[in-house]
Design a binder for this molecule. Structure first.
Ligand code: COA
Length: 162
Protein backbone atom coordinates (compact mmCIF):
# COMPACT_ATOMS: atom_id res chain seq x y z
CA UNK A 1 0.00 0.00 0.00
CA UNK A 2 1.39 3.36 -1.03
CA UNK A 3 0.50 6.79 0.29
CA UNK A 4 1.31 9.89 -1.74
CA UNK A 5 0.17 13.45 -2.36
CA UNK A 6 -3.13 13.61 -4.26
CA UNK A 7 -2.95 14.74 -7.88
CA UNK A 8 -5.62 16.26 -10.09
CA UNK A 9 -6.05 12.94 -11.92
CA UNK A 10 -6.97 11.26 -8.58
CA UNK A 11 -9.95 13.51 -7.95
CA UNK A 12 -12.57 11.35 -9.69
CA UNK A 13 -11.50 8.32 -7.64
CA UNK A 14 -11.45 10.39 -4.45
CA UNK A 15 -14.95 11.65 -5.16
CA UNK A 16 -16.12 8.08 -5.88
CA UNK A 17 -14.67 6.84 -2.58
CA UNK A 18 -16.32 9.73 -0.76
CA UNK A 19 -19.72 8.87 -2.32
CA UNK A 20 -19.31 5.26 -1.24
CA UNK A 21 -18.20 6.01 2.32
CA UNK A 22 -19.91 9.17 3.55
CA UNK A 23 -23.21 11.04 3.31
CA UNK A 24 -21.37 14.38 3.01
CA UNK A 25 -20.61 14.69 -0.71
CA UNK A 26 -19.23 17.49 -2.82
CA UNK A 27 -19.40 18.65 -6.43
CA UNK A 28 -16.24 18.19 -8.51
CA UNK A 29 -15.57 21.93 -8.43
CA UNK A 30 -15.01 21.64 -4.66
CA UNK A 31 -12.46 18.82 -5.05
CA UNK A 32 -10.62 20.66 -7.82
CA UNK A 33 -10.56 23.91 -5.82
CA UNK A 34 -8.88 22.19 -2.87
CA UNK A 35 -6.36 20.28 -5.00
CA UNK A 36 -5.39 23.40 -6.94
CA UNK A 37 -5.29 25.80 -3.98
CA UNK A 38 -3.50 23.62 -1.41
CA UNK A 39 -1.81 20.93 -3.53
CA UNK A 40 0.54 19.57 -0.87
CA UNK A 41 -1.81 18.70 2.00
CA UNK A 42 -4.27 16.20 0.49
CA UNK A 43 -3.16 12.59 0.15
CA UNK A 44 -4.32 9.30 -1.30
CA UNK A 45 -3.66 5.68 -0.38
CA UNK A 46 -3.39 3.39 -3.39
CA UNK A 47 -3.29 -0.38 -3.73
CA UNK A 48 -0.67 -2.32 -5.68
CA UNK A 49 -2.54 -1.62 -8.94
CA UNK A 50 -2.61 2.12 -8.29
CA UNK A 51 -6.31 2.23 -7.37
CA UNK A 52 -7.28 4.84 -4.81
CA UNK A 53 -8.54 3.11 -1.65
CA UNK A 54 -8.44 6.06 0.72
CA UNK A 55 -7.94 9.80 0.77
CA UNK A 56 -7.75 12.85 2.97
CA UNK A 57 -8.90 16.20 1.58
CA UNK A 58 -7.72 19.26 3.49
CA UNK A 59 -7.48 23.02 3.29
CA UNK A 60 -5.75 25.91 5.03
CA UNK A 61 -7.64 28.70 6.81
CA UNK A 62 -5.88 32.01 7.26
CA UNK A 63 -6.28 34.29 10.32
CA UNK A 64 -9.70 35.92 10.21
CA UNK A 65 -11.34 33.02 8.38
CA UNK A 66 -13.77 30.98 10.43
CA UNK A 67 -13.17 33.36 13.35
CA UNK A 68 -9.67 32.01 13.94
CA UNK A 69 -6.68 34.15 14.90
CA UNK A 70 -4.11 31.63 13.74
CA UNK A 71 -3.33 29.94 10.45
CA UNK A 72 -4.54 26.38 10.65
CA UNK A 73 -5.39 23.32 8.63
CA UNK A 74 -8.88 21.91 8.29
CA UNK A 75 -9.71 18.35 7.26
CA UNK A 76 -12.74 18.44 4.97
CA UNK A 77 -13.07 14.75 4.34
CA UNK A 78 -11.28 11.47 4.97
CA UNK A 79 -12.31 7.94 4.18
CA UNK A 80 -10.91 4.50 3.48
CA UNK A 81 -12.73 1.81 1.47
CA UNK A 82 -14.31 -0.78 3.75
CA UNK A 83 -12.02 -3.71 2.87
CA UNK A 84 -8.92 -1.62 3.57
CA UNK A 85 -9.90 -0.40 7.02
CA UNK A 86 -8.02 -1.05 10.28
CA UNK A 87 -4.70 -1.25 8.45
CA UNK A 88 -3.50 2.12 9.70
CA UNK A 89 -4.16 3.94 6.41
CA UNK A 90 -6.29 6.76 7.85
CA UNK A 91 -3.72 7.35 10.57
CA UNK A 92 -0.93 7.63 7.98
CA UNK A 93 -3.04 9.90 5.74
CA UNK A 94 -3.77 12.20 8.68
CA UNK A 95 -0.17 12.31 9.90
CA UNK A 96 1.16 13.19 6.44
CA UNK A 97 -1.44 15.91 5.98
CA UNK A 98 -0.78 17.36 9.45
CA UNK A 99 2.96 17.36 8.85
CA UNK A 100 2.55 19.18 5.52
CA UNK A 101 0.13 21.71 7.03
CA UNK A 102 2.68 22.60 9.71
CA UNK A 103 5.80 22.52 7.57
CA UNK A 104 4.53 24.14 4.37
CA UNK A 105 1.92 26.56 5.69
CA UNK A 106 3.03 27.03 9.28
CA UNK A 107 -0.34 25.78 10.53
CA UNK A 108 -0.63 26.02 14.30
CA UNK A 109 -3.45 23.54 14.69
CA UNK A 110 -5.75 21.33 12.69
CA UNK A 111 -9.53 21.32 12.97
CA UNK A 112 -12.31 19.05 11.74
CA UNK A 113 -15.93 18.08 12.33
CA UNK A 114 -17.15 14.61 13.10
CA UNK A 115 -20.60 13.15 13.74
CA UNK A 116 -20.99 12.43 17.42
CA UNK A 117 -22.10 8.87 16.54
CA UNK A 118 -19.02 8.13 14.39
CA UNK A 119 -17.14 5.87 16.79
CA UNK A 120 -14.45 4.79 14.31
CA UNK A 121 -13.53 8.33 13.32
CA UNK A 122 -13.62 9.60 16.91
CA UNK A 123 -11.34 6.69 17.89
CA UNK A 124 -8.93 7.71 15.13
CA UNK A 125 -8.92 11.41 15.97
CA UNK A 126 -9.01 11.32 19.76
CA UNK A 127 -7.31 8.08 20.78
CA UNK A 128 -4.78 7.65 17.98
CA UNK A 129 -3.98 11.22 16.94
CA UNK A 130 -4.65 13.17 20.15
CA UNK A 131 -7.44 15.52 18.99
CA UNK A 132 -9.73 17.08 21.62
CA UNK A 133 -13.34 18.20 21.36
CA UNK A 134 -13.30 22.02 21.18
CA UNK A 135 -17.09 22.39 21.05
CA UNK A 136 -20.31 20.69 20.09
CA UNK A 137 -22.07 22.19 17.08
CA UNK A 138 -25.76 21.45 17.40
CA UNK A 139 -27.54 20.11 14.31
CA UNK A 140 -24.43 20.69 12.19
CA UNK A 141 -25.30 17.94 9.73
CA UNK A 142 -28.09 17.95 7.16
CA UNK A 143 -30.01 15.24 9.02
CA UNK A 144 -29.88 17.14 12.33
CA UNK A 145 -27.04 15.23 14.00
CA UNK A 146 -24.66 17.21 16.22
CA UNK A 147 -20.98 17.55 15.33
CA UNK A 148 -17.96 17.50 17.55
CA UNK A 149 -15.69 20.27 16.41
CA UNK A 150 -12.25 18.79 17.16
CA UNK A 151 -8.80 20.27 17.28
CA UNK A 152 -5.21 19.16 17.49
CA UNK A 153 -2.45 21.59 18.37
CA UNK A 154 0.32 20.94 15.86
CA UNK A 155 2.96 22.49 18.07
CA UNK A 156 2.54 19.60 20.44
CA UNK A 157 2.04 16.75 18.01
CA UNK A 158 4.05 13.99 19.53
CA UNK A 159 1.69 11.12 19.05
CA UNK A 160 3.02 8.51 16.67
CA UNK A 161 5.08 8.76 13.55
CA UNK A 162 4.20 8.18 9.91
C1 COA B 1 -12.81 6.53 10.07
C2 COA B 1 -11.96 5.83 9.01
C3 COA B 1 -11.44 6.86 8.02
C4 COA B 1 -10.78 5.11 9.69
O1 COA B 1 -9.96 4.55 8.67
P1 COA B 1 -8.95 3.33 8.94
O2 COA B 1 -7.94 3.34 7.85
O3 COA B 1 -9.72 2.09 9.15
O4 COA B 1 -8.30 3.79 10.32
P2 COA B 1 -6.89 3.25 10.90
O5 COA B 1 -6.68 1.83 10.50
O6 COA B 1 -5.82 4.23 10.56
O7 COA B 1 -7.21 3.28 12.46
C5 COA B 1 -6.47 4.10 13.34
C6 COA B 1 -7.19 4.05 14.68
O8 COA B 1 -8.49 4.64 14.57
C7 COA B 1 -9.38 3.95 15.49
N1 COA B 1 -10.41 3.22 14.74
C8 COA B 1 -10.45 2.98 13.41
N2 COA B 1 -11.57 2.28 13.10
C9 COA B 1 -12.22 2.07 14.27
C10 COA B 1 -13.43 1.42 14.59
N3 COA B 1 -14.18 0.83 13.65
N4 COA B 1 -13.83 1.43 15.88
C11 COA B 1 -13.09 2.02 16.83
N5 COA B 1 -11.92 2.66 16.59
C12 COA B 1 -11.49 2.67 15.32
C13 COA B 1 -8.52 2.98 16.26
O9 COA B 1 -8.03 3.66 17.39
C14 COA B 1 -7.42 2.68 15.26
O10 COA B 1 -6.24 2.22 15.85
P3 COA B 1 -6.05 0.63 16.04
O11 COA B 1 -6.42 -0.03 14.75
O12 COA B 1 -4.59 0.52 16.39
O13 COA B 1 -6.97 0.25 17.15
C15 COA B 1 -12.79 4.72 8.26
O14 COA B 1 -13.45 3.93 9.22
C16 COA B 1 -13.80 5.27 7.28
O15 COA B 1 -13.48 5.51 6.12
N6 COA B 1 -15.06 5.47 7.75
C17 COA B 1 -16.12 6.01 6.90
C18 COA B 1 -15.85 7.45 6.55
C19 COA B 1 -15.75 8.32 7.80
O16 COA B 1 -16.46 8.14 8.77
N7 COA B 1 -14.86 9.32 7.74
C20 COA B 1 -14.66 10.27 8.82
C21 COA B 1 -15.61 11.39 8.69
S1 COA B 1 -15.36 12.59 9.97
Amino acid sequence: MNIRVARVEDLMAMQAANLQNLPENYVMKFWIYHAMTWPQISFVAEDEKGRVVGYVLAKIEEPGEEGSEEVHGHVNSISVLRTYRRLGLAKRLMLLSQEAMAEIYGAKFVSLHVRESNKAAIGLYRDTLGFEVAKVEKKYYGDGEDAFSMRLNLKHTGKGKV
